[in-house]
Design a binder for this molecule. Structure first.
Ligand code: PLP
Length: 389
């Protein structure tokens, strides 16, 4: 028996378990302290009215012999794919429905996509959402890091010799909140085209982009359809972190050695995946109705206002920071070891954030604050933090 020994190369992920342990210990010793959590990137607002109505109707359909549904199309029901396609048309991106694959959230496909590729080298930003690194380690691929730092505003650009047949880009970024502009993405698309690389573009936070000059899809960039796969999610858009639904776009133009990856991905999905529940897909479709879009915008506005309060608070204290304008995350230079800063905020202000080092070595000395929280808590947290600096 030979096991996949690449798993032995994974580093233990202590980040959120260490945070939970420290918070639990602190609560046990300070039972009266009201701890405010601005750490984990999970939404706090519930599913919206349109989503709940659509979901309820779908539940009732499932309980009626005439409207009951069993197995659905693995790649998603047409009604949801058409809604997503129309959403892209509003960004002047023309897709056909069979380029869209509905899934149970972006995380699954971000890992699964590696089924399509053999050994090679992946370019992965540092710091970034940790799943890219771990899935590449599991697959035994070589990894070159793209340095995000203060001098490039945590938006690394390609340099000759970086190589990489797969390139991970996340914009707006988790954890930094930094967002690539069109010119920067064009440079990446040209680099990928020249090097026969494929960009794996994670747009999980696209709905937070409010600056009309910033792209929300890689396909807004000329040439991207021949070199990029896009991953998106309803988790942060519409509070689906527990409901689970997202989608992957694999354009027909995307060829490797004249083989269309869309067909390969369809084959992969129909073999290893049995689709997202009808009820969930109906709920997700409601996000794209007129009311659904208004509700989602109101929720995101709420988080973005939280982000502005956090940004303003830390800026007034003189911290260097990025993010928060078109993203729910604020990334600040904490001026000390990121775990020391975590301890200081917890012990002195009873506020929990996320040490930047948990997202990669370049995150040392930085800290992520999440705007997914209740307004009163955000205001209270900032006033407590102001009192300790
Ligand atoms: N991509 C990024 C950058 C994320 O931050 C997350 C979740 O936090 C995901 C993907 C996963 O999202 P999903 O809930 O759709 O699996």
């Amino acid at each position: 028996m030979q096991i996949n020994e690449n798993f032995l190369n994974l580093e233990q992920s202590y980040l959120f378990s260490t945070i939970a342990k420290k918070v639990n210990e602190f609560s046990a010793n300070h039972q009266d302290a009201k701890i405010i959590k601005l750490g984990i990137g999970d939404v706090t607002l519930p599913l919206t009215k349109s989503v709940i109505n659509a979901m309820t109707e779908a539940v009732l359909e499932m309980g009626n012999e005439n409207t009951f549904r069993g197995y659905g199309p693995e790649q998603g029901y047409e009604f949801l794919k058409i809604a997503i396609k129309d959403y892209y048309s509003n960004k002047s991106v023309n897709l056909v429905a069979d380029e869209i694959f509905v899934n149970d959230g972006a995380k699954s496909d971000l890992g699964n996509i590696l089924d399509l590729f053999g050994p090679g080298t992946s370019l992965i930003p540092n710091p970034v959402y940790p799943a890219y690194l771990d899935t590449n380690i599991m697959a035994g691929r070589k990894i070159n890091f793209l340095d995000g730092n203060e001098s490039n505003n945590f938006l690394p650009m390609p340099e000759d010799g970086d190589g990489g047949d797969l390139i991970y880009l996340c914009s707006p970024n988790n954890p930094t909140g930094a967002t690539y502009n069109r010119d920067q993405l064009k440079v990446w698309v040209d680099y990928a085209t020249k090097n026969n690389s494929i960009i794996l573009f994670d747009s999980a936070y696209e709905c937070f982009v409010r600056d009309a000059n910033l792209p929300t899809s890689i396909y807004e960039i000329e040439g991207a359809k021949s070199c990029a796969i896009e991953f998106c999610s309803f988790s942060k858009t519409a509070g689906f972190t527990g409901t689970r639904c997202g989608y992957t776009v694999v354009p027909h133009e995307l060829l490797v050695n004249n083989i269309g990856l869309n067909k390969f991905w369809l084959r992969r999905q129909t073999t290893k995946f049995n689709g997202v529940p009808y009820i969930v897909q109906k709920a997700a479709t409601a996000i794209f109705s007129k009311e659904g879009q208004e509700e989602v915008k109101a929720n995101i506005d709420y988080y973005l206002e939280n982000a502005q309060i956090i940004r303003k608070g830390f800026s007034e204290l003189g911290f260097w920071l990025v993010g928060g304008d078109n993203s729910p995350y604020i990334w600040l230079k904490c001026g000390m070891d990121s775990w020391a800063f975590f301890d200081k905020l917890l012990n002195e202000a009873y506020v929990v954030g996320t040490p930047g080092v948990g997202f990669g070595t370049n995150g040392e000395g930085y800290f992520r604050i999440s705007a997914f929280a209740n307004r009163a808590n955000v205001l209270e947290a900032i006033s407590r933090i102001k009192a300790i600096f």
